[in-house]
Ligand binder design. Structure first.
Ligand code: CP
Length: 358
């Protein structure tokens, strides 16, 4: 049955084409000017309702989705799980169905389990936006990272990007790997052997697509709603596995040493040690982690002179990144947060039926 309004999900980067990604980033560029106004508000989403449904803690993502909705004049509602009926035994699906019955236009969802946004997308009339699902994907984080890189490097294609830290548990790493390789960057990942799965090299296809063409969560393909997608794009993703032994240097490489990933990098992305997702000891002590894998000025000196440093936050200062680096002029951590609002304005606009910038 035709739905009463257009809705488009953003469940992950994995299922998007390069045109889709560039379209979202270009749409975000159009919204940037609003952030510089004294009155940061336009009527683009007047009459629309956005629900933020966060089953996990968040500072940046939840606040920026709320600000983004308000700057576009949408009504924004935050559901705090600690005060919701989930604590009385209601299932996530029933919670979503009940919220959906109130006819929101978009539900932004974060959950500690991979695939929850995909499940909700199957039953919800509202557009579903993934604000982070377990270790699977965090698409808007990768988009705001790309906006930050584009702003400072004026391109993404051909850049060398090092992603360092807890790769195993990181949805930020997965979304960034998909996005950056789809746009033609070369990505090297590194960290403790226990936190960097060697088979990560098989995450993408030879051209930066995904091997299966799926969303990356097994139940995603049957989602009846369309994904955020550029009308010009076929939406067809490249297939086939990457091989570390292909003649060309692969777009994604797993490095045994952090220094090998950082050497010659244009962008150094540091990931948080996710102690809440670690159910066993992946490294002896935090002190040892800082010594062997933390980003210090000495390690950063291996990167290009004009290399920039990104971190999705929240930061563990003195563990995965030294305060010297975090507070240096090469660190764009707060720029990432700033672009988070702009990117989420674009995502909400597109999810509720807006047209992509061309
Ligand atoms: N980067 C990020 O997702 O931060 P929050 O957990 O604070 O939303």
């Amino acid at each position: 049955m035709e739905k009463p309004y257009r809705r488009r999900d953003l469940l992950g980067i994995r299922g998007l084409s390069a045109d889709d990604i560039n379209g979202i980033l270009d749409t975000a560029e159009n919204f940037r000017e609003i952030d510089t106004r004294e009155i940061k508000k336009v009527p683009a989403l007047r009459g629309k309702t956005v629900i933020n449904l966060f089953f996990e803690n968040s500072t940046r993502t939840r606040t920026s989705f709320e600000l983004a909705a308000k700057r576009l004049s949408a009504d924004a509602v935050n559901i705090s799980i600690s005060t919701s009926s989930v604590t009385k035994g209601e299932t996530i699906l029933d919670t979503a169905l009940n919220l959906d019955a109130m006819q929101p236009d978009c539900i932004v969802v974060r959950h500690s389990s991979a695939g929850v946004p995909h499940q909700l997308a199957k039953v919800s009339k509202a557009a579903i936006v993934n604000a982070g699902d377990g270790a699977n994907e965090h698409p808007t984080q990768a988009l705001l990272d790309a906006m930050t890189i584009r702003e400072h490097k004026k391109k993404i294609k051909g850049l060398n990007v090092a992603i360092v830290g807890d790769i195993l548990h990181s949805r930020v790493a997965r979304s960034n790997i998909h996005l950056l390789t789809k746009l033609g960057a070369k990505v090297k990942v590194a960290g403790p052997g226990t936190l960097v799965p060697k088979d990560f090299e098989f995450l993408i296809g030879p051209e930066g697509g995904n091997p299966s063409g799926s969303e990356g969560v097994s139940n995603a393909d049957s989602n009846p709603k369309s994904k955020i997608q550029n009308p010009k794009s076929s939406g067809t993703l490249p297939t086939g596995r990457v091989s570390a032994s292909t003649a060309r240097e692969p777009l994604l490489m797993v490095c045994s040493h952090v220094e090998d990933a950082i050497r010659g990098a244009d962008v150094v992305m540091i990931l948080r040690i996710q102690r809440e997702r670690q159910d066993s000891a992946y490294f002896p002590t935090l002190r040892e982690y800082a010594i062997h894998y933390g980003l210090t000025n000495d390690r950063l000196d291996l990167a290009k002179k004009d290399a920039i440093v990104l971190h999705p936050g929240p930061m563990n200062r003195g563990i995965e990144i030294s305060s010297d680096v975090a507070d240096s002029s090469r660190s764009l951590i707060l720029d990432q947060v700033k672009y988070g609002v702009t990117v989420r304005m674009a995502v909400l606009y597109l999810a509720t039926g807006g047209s992509m910038a061309s």
